[in-house]
Design a protein around this ligand. Structure first.
Ligand SMILES: NC(=O)c1ccc[n+]([C@@H]2O[C@H](COP(=O)([O-])OP(=O)(O)OC[C@H]3O[C@@H](n4cnc5c(N)ncnc54)[C@H](O)[C@@H]3O)[C@@H](O)[C@H]2O)c1
Ligand SMILES: O=C(O)CC[C@@H](O)C(=O)O
Length: 528
């Protein structure tokens, strides 16, 4: 059988040799297709390989009736509708390591060009202006670089900045003290990083949680004269707020490789002399392009030879017989992980998952992966799935421990998940009730009976008359309807919790109002 591969963005010819050499593959390179042309063309293909230009929308995926794999020659998969791919059973693979070095080098090039105003001076000289006064820069030596996102690229940037004798302070939700020490950076919160830095560089993925991460509030906290670099994704820095901060003189300069809307030829930021820019060139080197093309090509070859792919981004099909037994637990497991994210602000070192009762003699690894997926999702978005969840956890240095026991404790089946940090252990447990579906039955040390879905408000308070009433009254004032309510306490008059399920997502301001009430210690929103 011969499979047809469509390459719709320019890929390194040297990098696609694994496709050329495969007997069962036929390769067509058709670039610059309009979205409509791509929808028509894709119907004939089994595989699609892209960089960042091609938008692989739900329409494209739905039209690709033969499509089995989409390969992204690069890291970011925000140009591919992962949900649609998963729904249509199409595996998405990427090349996570191939362009790390190039993106890090580009970041350092931007940092240096920004500090010494090289593009502005070059432009003036090309226009026959010999101006040695306007383009006075600053040294990097002794300055502080703030790195937000210390993954593959952030880490490489930090190491190189140290070579420039800069001090580096970094924030990443998975940055442990040991990792920070090993790389030689100071660990800080995102606020501490932006407050301390002379230069700030962004290296997170673009997710719901990172969109507009650098906004007006953050600019207010920064040092006057701070300079920013973004070689990650447009939209992580709010472009309007950046524009205002530059015009107001708070931000002295910005180096941008990526933009909210690309191509960004009409972006107003480009009108500012303080802004230097490149058209998404972070990964544009001969070496990176060859490397990412080789990686995705190998995965396409593997798939059509019946072998497991190396860099899956979404979820491939689980064999039917296994699925039948364990699928009912996937939802519960993911929600347990999702809830746990809210129980600590510290770096997670270990996840311990204990299965008891009926679960002791089934294959639980896919259930574990769903738990881990739920736990890490706020930091990876749609990139994490039950195939790569364990791998990503391992990369972050999180140890996963599974335990099984045949002795049921009050339930015919029970999943208990504990997360351990350097200073605390937090636990949650759930069960699948025959005929009733999933239930969370324990949160921290409190017994509850909660359907794991929707918008929840989780409150720690003192067990005192009136505490529950005050919360109800405040929510009523805001027009927020309480659908269900759980309470639990350790001792009479001691520590207690409330778990309210409400009909809509609550805002930070609304949570703050609850936190200001008498006898309320901690309030958080949990979205399940
Ligand atoms: N400009 C380019 O051409 C180019 C090239 C390659 C990669 N990229 C982009 O660079 C970014 C980083 O890529 P990578 O390979 O280093 O990815 P990575 O997954 O190795 O690292 C991302 C890091 O961000 C962290 N993170 C997640 N949420 C965060 C938050 N709210 N605050 C701080 N950190 C957070 C993660 O924990 C992770 O360590 C991605 O957006 C990628 O698409 C751009
Ligand atoms: O394809 C490119 O050149 C961009 C790649 C880059 O943005 C990535 O996320 O890997």
């Amino acid at each position: 059988m011969t499979y047809r591969v469509l390459i719709s963005d320019p890929l390194s010819e040297d990098g696609i040799y694994p496709l050329r050499e495969a007997d069962n593959l036929e390769v067509d390179i058709i670039t610059d297709l309009t979205p409509e042309e791509l929808v028509k063309t894709i119907v004939d293909y089994d595989a699609l390989l892209v960089r960042s230009q091609t938008k692989v929308t739900e329409e494209v995926i739905a039209a690709g009736k033969k499509l089995k794999i989409i390969g992204r020659a690069g890291v970011g998969v925000d140009n591919i509708d992962l949900k649609a791919a998963t729904e249509h059973g199409v595996i998405v693979v990427n090349a996570p390591d191939g362009n790390t070095n190039s993106a890090a080098e580009h970041t350092i090039a931007m940092l240096t060009a920004l500090a010494r105003k090289i593009p502005q001076a070059y432009y003036a000289l090309k226009n026959k202006k010999w101006d040695r006064k306007t383009y006075v820069g600053v040294e990097l030596k002794g300055k502080t670089l703030g790195v937000i996102g210390l993954g593959r690229i952030g880490r490489e940037v930090a190491l190189r900045a140290k070579g420039q004798r800069m001090n580096v302070i970094a924030y990443d939700p998975f940055l442990t003290d040991e990792k920070a020490e090993h790389i030689g950076v100071t660990k800080g919160t995102v606020e501490e990083v932006v407050q301390a830095a002379d230069f700030i560089t962004i290296h997170t993925p673009l997710l719901k949680e990172t969109k507009n991460l650098i906004n007006q509030k953050m600019f207010d906290k920064m040092k006057p004269g701070v300079q920013l670099i973004n070689v990650a994704r447009g939209g992580i820095i709010n472009e309007d707020d950046l524009y205002d901060a530059i015009v107001a003189g708070k931000v002295a300069g910005a180096a941008l490789d990526v933009f909210e809307v690309e191509p960004a030829v009409d972006n107003k930021l480009l009108e500012l002399p303080e802004v230097i820019a490149t058209p998404h060139l972070g990964a544009s080197t001969v070496e990176a392009q060859e490397s990412v093309a080789i990686d995705v090509s190998h995965d396409v070859v593997r798939l059509f030879n019946g072998q497991p792919v190396k860099n899956p981004v979404n979820m491939p099909a689980v064999p039917k017989d296994i699925m039948k037994k364990i699928e009912p637990y996937f939802y519960l497991a993911e929600k347990l992980g999702r809830f746990l994210t809210n129980l600590t602000d510290e770096v997670i070192k270990e996840i311990k998952i204990s299965y008891s009762g009926e679960l002791h003699n089934v294959e639980v690894a896919p259930i574990t992966r769903n738990t881990v997926k739920g736990l890490l999702k706020p930091h990876y978005g749609e990139r994490i799935n039950d195939v790569n969840a364990a791998y990503l956890a391992e990369q972050q240095g999180i140890v996963i421990n599974e335990h099984k026991t045949s002795h049921p404790k009050d339930f015919t089946n029970l999943i208990k998940v504990e997360i351990k940090t350097d200073t605390e252990t937090k636990a949650i447990a759930g069960t699948l009730l025959k005929g009733f579906g999933p239930r969370i039955v324990q949160v921290e040390e409190y017994r509850v009976d909660l359907v794991p879905e929707g918008h929840l408000i989780y409150i720690h308070h003192k067990d005192q008359p009136g505490a529950i009433g005050r919360v109800g009254t405040e929510l009523a004032k805001k027009g927020i309807n309480i659908a269900t309510m759980q309470v639990g306490r350790k001792d009479i008059g001691g520590a207690a919790i409330m778990l309210l399920s409400v009909d809509e997502e609550v805002t930070d301001e609304e949570l703050q109002v609850l936190l200001d009430l008498k006898d309320i210690y901690k309030v958080s929103a949990v979205e399940l």
